[in-house]
Ligand binder design. Structure first.
Ligand code: NAD
Length: 291
């Protein structure tokens, strides 16, 4: 969302990457199950109020000449950014390639990932994952953790009533493994799992981390165009029924602050923390006026 060039790059890279992969599976006559890391953002935030978001398919009642019928449709997407829209486009290609060529595909509608280590990476420091905390690539909770580590006031976008879905990176990896081990059968529709374990409002998260670390909260002008208050209730029963045992924020947060954010705090560059990408020109102008 930074500029038209970066937007074009994102659309081209993400969409063509997906199309090329699907076409290659057809050309090679590959009987594989494609597992895609999609996002909860395809559903949009708050379009159905407090109704639980199902796993990809929405039951709807429709009138037909033979009376009312209940059918299931792909949940109407409502992406809020260029990036999320490419995930919507990916999904449309999945539906088409499944219908037209019978490909087996699983789309994981993933929440915001937090945390750093998996059991594998914690075996050796050289295996630790990237930890992004800047305004473009840093996800909200990892940003707050980095901020807490260096005593930088927690950057809440606007009022902070945005409710989002979260998952620890250990569970992300576990879910990918479960998706691989439970593929759709040939001819099945695209399988969709909601890959998230808890939902929270951004301000609630900031308060939690503020209490743990003593760092203050700073409401900054929202660089994004989004509703600052929404409901979000997500059905994640597929992974739970396959045996997922989630790492909760209450168990994992302190470990992240101590073992990652504080331990490596000397590597944090404070100048990278404030948002530098604004989603519309009006928002950019308003942010500059505040500075
Ligand atoms: N991090 C999150 O909170 C989150 C939430 C929902 C969905 N996702 C999705 O999960 C996936 C991984 O996200 P991440 O946060 O780990 O991102 P990341 O940037 O840490 O990892 C992306 C990886 O893809 C590689 N990559 C990029 N372009 C490539 C290309 N053309 N060919 C081959 N490899 C390429 C990068 O080198 C990098 O290793 C993405 O599809 C992202 O959209 C992430």
């Amino acid at each position: 969302m930074k500029s038209s060039e970066t937007g074009r790059y994102t659309v081209f890279n993400n969409t063509m990457g997906t199309y090329n992969l699907l076409q290659a599976m057809v050309d090679l006559d590959l009987d594989a199950n494609l597992v895609h890391l999609g996002t909860m953002g395809v559903y949009g935030y708050g379009q159905t109020g407090k109704a639980t978001i199902p796993e990809g398919y929405l039951p709807v009642k429709t009138s037909t000449p033979d009376g009312e019928k209940e059918i299931e449709i792909v949940y109407p997407p409502m992406a809020g950014s260029v990036y999320h829209n490419t995930k919507v486009t990916d999904h449309q290609w999945f539906q088409f390639f499944q219908r037209n060529y019978g490909l087996r595909i699983t789309d994981l509608h993933q929440g915001i990932v937090w945390g750093t280590q998996t059991p594998e990476t914690s075996r050796d420091e050289r295996l630790i994952n990237r930890f992004d905390y800047d305004g473009d690539y840093g996800t909200v909770l990892n940003r707050f953790l980095a901020e807490a580590a260096i005593g930088y006031d927690l950057t809440v976008h606007g009022k902070g009533g945005q409710k989002r879905a979260f998952i620890h990176i250990r569970d992300t990896v576990k879910c990918v493994e479960m998706a691989i081990n439970n593929p759709p059968e040939t001819g099945d529709r695209v399988k969709i799992f909601n890959q998230s374990t808890e939902t929270h409002r951004v301000l609630e998260l900031a308060k939690k981390i503020s209490e743990m670390s003593g760092v203050e909260i700073n409401h900054i002008p929202n660089p994004r165009k989004e509703s600052e208050h929404n409901e979000l209730d997500v059905d994640n029963s597929s992974f739970l029924s396959l045996g997922l045992n989630p790492t909760t924020l209450d168990e994992g947060l302190m470990e992240e602050i101590e073992d990652i954010a504080r331990k490596y705090q000397s590597r944090i560059d404070e100048s990278k923390i404030p948002p530098s990408s604004f989603w519309t020109r009006d928002i950019e102008d308003a942010a500059k006026a505040v500075k």
